[in-house]
Design a protein around this ligand. Structure first.
Ligand code: BT5
Length: 319
């Protein structure tokens, strides 16, 4: 019911609708309307009331509310179902808990994360209202071996969003970072649930520092935000919608054609590491190599110091 009322309010495009008209359209009492309006307000929607005129919904640019995002999406699957939190431990952890009973394309988004996670249980700093902290639940009919490729699709769509909305050229640092001026502005964490030959679901977590003005001491020298790089505050909603729209196009072509081609083009042409000497850390092992290419499988091809070409599945790459 609350969604029906929200839809009716949105259809008025900022004009008032009387309580009576709303009650009639939604086939509930005026008292019920009043209760649902109060619940919507608690979720962050700004709804004005005026004597004799009724209710009207104002735009809320400060929160990433589902209805505001969906107005600007051109997608068929991605973001058709959005769950928004003011605060949560981790959008990836929450997504895992509901993935089995949620449609593919569901987006979890939170204004802050209290225990945001990076790879290998590392912390991800996610302060309130400053960033885009989100997770997509996807259920493609792939074997589990394909799962890691989603990180490249996510990286390519974030790159496109930043490029289109801000006109900033970021670089993609394989496997899961977006950097600007050598500092990390976005990290991606892809997780999955699968049996040997059957993928149940994929969880693609994306964290983007958008309007952060500063970072914790421990990461201050290696993290940056779009605000710090661009020198002006960024509309998070516009950026988010652009990324989701781009994601669906890249994801769709991957699902339908089975190739990563378009995403790889973006990842290769805007790579922070290809053609460079890098240090690769895998567990306790560290090795120098030259980053040569990203393969069709989304792996990093390197030339070792011994002159051998080899492919890397994952790891920590530094320049
Ligand atoms: C990542 O891990 O880069 C993946 C980050 C994924 C975060 C998203 S937010 C939404 C979703 N829900 C979650 O709980 N997570 C996902 P990794 O490559 O392991 O990098 C982690 C390292 O980045 C940390 O050890 C810090 O050094 C650094 N770091 C932490 N917070 C950062 C931030 N906000 N910006 C830049 N660097 C950060």
């Amino acid at each position: 019911m609350k969604n029906k009322i929200l839809q009716e309010l949105m259809d008025q495009q900022g004009q008032y609708i009387s309580g009576e008209a709303l009650a009639e359209k939604c086939k509930v009492s005026r008292t019920a309307i009043w209760k649902h309006i109060n619940n919507l307000r608690k979720l962050g929607y700004i709804i004005e009331t005026a004597n004799k005129k009724g209710y009207r919904l104002l735009e809320n640019n400060s929160l990433l509310l589902p209805a505001e995002i969906q107005k600007h999406l051109t997608t068929k699957e991605i973001g058709k179902n959005i769950i928004h939190f003011n605060s949560i431990d981790s959008t990836n952890s929450y997504a895992k808990g509901i993935a089995d009973k949620t449609p593919s394309g569901t987006l979890i988004i939170s204004e802050e994360q209290l225990s945001g996670r990076g790879r290998l249980g590392r912390e991800w700093e996610s302060p309130k209202g400053d960033g885009i902290w989100m997770t997509l639940i996807l259920k493609p009919k792939f074997p589990p071996s394909e799962g890691g490729k989603l990180t490249q699709i996510a990286a390519a769509s974030v790159w496109q969003g930043i490029n289109k909305v801000l006109g900033l050229k970021s670089l993609i640092k394989w496997p899961n970072d977006i950097v600007i001026n050598g500092k990390k502005v976005c990290g991606i964490l892809t997780e999955m649930s699968a049996e040997l030959n059957q993928l149940h679901y994929l969880i693609v977590g994306i964290g983007i520092n958008v309007n952060n003005e500063a970072f914790h001491n421990t990461i201050a020298d290696k993290a940056t935000s779009l605000f710090l790089e661009k020198g002006e505050k960024i509309n998070r909603r516009a950026l988010l919608c652009e990324i989701l729209n781009a994601f669906e196009l890249l994801y769709d072509s991957f699902v339908k054609e089975g190739t990563l081609k378009e995403s790889l083009n973006i990842c290769r042409n805007n790579s922070a590491i290809l053609g460079k000497e890098v240090i690769i850390q895998q567990g306790a092992n560290q090795a120098k190599a030259k980053a040569v290419d990203i393969t069709e499988e989304g792996l990093l091809e390197v030339l070792t110091e011994e002159g051998k070409k080899t492919e890397i599945l994952t790891g920590e790459v530094s320049i």
